[in-house]
Design a protein around this ligand. Structure first.
Ligand SMILES: Nc1nc2c(c(=O)[nH]1)N[C@H]1C(S)=C(S)[C@@H](COP(=O)(O)O)O[C@H]1N2
Ligand SMILES: [Mo]
Length: 196
């Protein structure tokens, strides 16, 4: 009997969602080429359903209050990576003062990639726009200058080279969701594909 082990397992839960395996390296998964995004033209645009737009240049964005999340990430191709360290701006900070009744968000990337999620999933300290990985500027292959990070959903929701988020009254599927991936993508409920 090992009550200590049992207790620890119960309080922290399993580390890996169902069907996932652990990886130590950091695979690159991109549906197309890596776009070049110069910092002097980079901007992040939040568009509300009213048409109102909120824009941040690179200096404005990096001047916002910073957070340093350490999170586990889970790719639908079944690899998971534990304890990844990032730095960036919480979506709570970006959404602060944005007047909206929208319930959905469509995330847009430089290069044309899109992905959708409920606006609530961007709130509550669960989503960031990150520019630093493991203490260094985010490599372009992993989404630099900046990517979305929403670790409680499969990693295809964490759009690389993020350029903006549109707030929508009606849900609108993104790139992989249109191709048959699950609309929500909760790794703990193994929502990989439509119908899961
Ligand atoms: N812009 C963009 N973002 C993207 C993708 C993409 O092809 N383009 N791929 C997604 C998928 S399927 C995964 S698993 C992760 C992979 O991130 P990584 O390459 O940093 O591991 O990015 C997601 N974000
Ligand atoms: Mo993925």
């Amino acid at each position: 009997m090992s009550p200590g082990f049992q207790g620890r397992r119960r309080s922290s839960g399993p580390a890996l969602p169902p069907g996932q395996y652990l990886t130590e390296d950091f695979p690159v998964l991109s549906a197309g080429p890596t776009p070049k995004v110069p910092l002097d033209t980079w901007e992040f645009v939040l568009g509300a359903e009213s048409g109102a737009e909120f824009r941040w240049s690179w200096p404005e964005f990096t001047g916002l209050p910073q957070e340093t999340p350490t999170v586990d990430i889970h790719c639908v191709t079944r690899w998971s990576k534990l304890g990844t360290s990032w730095q960036g701006v919480s979506l709570d900070a970006l959404l602060d003062g944005v007047d909206t009744a929208a319930r959905y968000a469509l995330v847009h990337s430089y290069g044309g990639y899109t992905t959708n999620l409920p606006l609530d999933d961007l709130r509550g300290g669960r989503a960031w726009v990150v520019h630093t990985y493991d203490g260094a500027p985010l490599p372009a292959a992993h989404g630099g200058p900046a990517r979305l990070l929403v670790p409680h959903l499969y990693l295809w929701k964490s759009a690389k080279w993020v350029r903006g988020i549109r707030l929508l009254v009606d849900d609108q599927p993104g790139f992989w969701e249109t191709a048959g991936y699950h609309d929500y993508g909760d790794p703990w409920r193994e929502q990989r594909y439509q119908g899961d």
